[in-house]
Design a protein around this ligand. Structure first.
Ligand SMILES: NC(=O)c1ccc[n+]([C@@H]2O[C@H](COP(=O)([O-])OP(=O)(O)OC[C@H]3O[C@@H](n4cnc5c(N)ncnc54)[C@H](OP(=O)(O)O)[C@@H]3O)[C@@H](O)[C@H]2O)c1
Length: 326
């Protein structure tokens, strides 16, 4: 699915382009499933153009699960035929994963045990690594801590809830009531309807001594008053949305309350460790894949419309080559 210019979902269309080749330090992955992230529609609209130059026709998409098809010079530990998952190279401006093949830096290509299917694996990279960054690396969620996830029903939120639980923390989360059962099954002990009543009052009831860690996956000014219900020494990890002029927590107010706010994005340097740990946690049953909906690759535009509306539960996967699973 390529785009010849930035624009709405309609710019995505099927086309034949040349297959990527494995350059030194990289492999080519033949893709079974890609997964859709909000960053993909933002990339489609040109929001990432400040980070790299786009060459059209471009292919969006970070996440891919599939099989190593070609190994570049200097790559060790990966071989043709290995089952793998990767966030690909779209983050450095190369063509992404809405395609039959993607090139990926070898250190960000993680082998999968046979017990993990390509569908589950494809949910992991962007949402899982970012949740790891925010919840564990920045937030330092750990035993006995209280963690609030703003937006627990989305891709990042589904992982943030589970990773906080895995670390021994207690979790509350915001979502709409239709997702209460979903977030509870992931381990949230308190699900808060963000549209009704005062969510902060509900958080205060749940954690009268204050909250230790907040992971904000929604942004857009929806959670800027959360400092009022946090403990001194608490940490807020607002995940970067790329939305311009978004209302943020007032730094003076956070400082006065003894709260540290750490704007958080996925970090290349941490991705290999985080993705490997996510694969291990999934294999061990410590986490499960978020709920997912599978759509054909050719419906990527429709998938973008749904993600852009902002209320997908879990993840949307694009099926590229289901036969690779066999
Ligand atoms: N910079 C980075 O490294 C990075 C990486 C990953 C993600 N992100 C950003 O993080 C954000 C979240 O990503 P994602 O993949 O988790 O998105 P997503 O899966 O599309 O999130 C959708 C979820 O958001 C929930 N939601 C919407 N409005 C809400 C509100 N006001 N309060 C609580 N929940 C709300 C919805 O739940 P309901 O239907 O229940 O409302 C829905 O389940 C995006 O802006 C994305 O671009 C940035």
């Amino acid at each position: 699915m390529v785009l010849d210019s930035f624009g709405g979902p309609e710019v995505l269309h099927l086309a034949e382009i040349e297959k990527p080749v494995a350059t030194p330090g990289n492999v080519v992955v033949q893709i079974a499933y890609a997964s859709v992230n909000p960053a993909d529609w933002k990339s489609r609209e040109g929001w990432l153009a400040r980070y790299f130059d786009y060459t059209f026709p471009f292919v969006v998409g970070f996440d891919a699960a599939g099989v190593v098809a070609e190994v570049g010079e200097g790559v060790t530990g990966l071989a043709v035929g290995d089952r793998v998952v990767t966030p690909g190279n779209q983050g450095i401006g190369e063509r992404g994963s809405y395609a039959e093949y993607v090139r990926a830096a070898a250190e960000r290509v993680i082998r999968l045990p046979d017990t993990i299917g390509f569908r589950e694996a494809a949910t992991l990279p962007t949402a899982g690594m970012t949740a790891w960054e925010a919840t564990l690396d920045v937030g330092q969620a750990g035993a006995g801590k209280t963690v609030v996830v703003n937006g627990g029903a989305g891709g990042t939120g589904s992982f943030a809830i589970q990773l906080a639980r895995m670390a021994g923390a207690r979790v509350a989360t915001t979502c709409s009531p239709r997702n209460f059962d979903y977030v509870t099954a992931l381990g949230a002990e308190c699900a808060i309807d963000y549209r009704q009543g005062d969510p902060y009052a509900r958080i205060r009831e749940w954690a009268p001594d204050g909250v230790d860690v907040v992971v904000d996956t929604v942004g857009q000014g929806t959670f800027v008053d959360v400092v009022d219900v946090m403990k001194r020494g608490g940490i807020v990890a607002p995940i970067g949305t790329l939305i311009a002029d978004e209302p943020a927590i007032d730094p003076a107010r956070a400082a006065a309350a003894g709260i540290t706010v750490v704007p958080t994005i996925s970090q290349f340097a941490n991705q290999p460790r985080q993705l490997r740990a996510l694969v291990e946690a999934l294999a061990a049953g410590s986490i499960v894949a978020p709920e997912y909906t599978v759509m054909p690759l050719a419906e990527a535009g429709e998938a973008h419309r749904r993600v852009q509306e902002g209320h997908v539960r879990g993840k949307i996967l694009l099926e590229v080559n289901a036969a690779l699973e066999n």
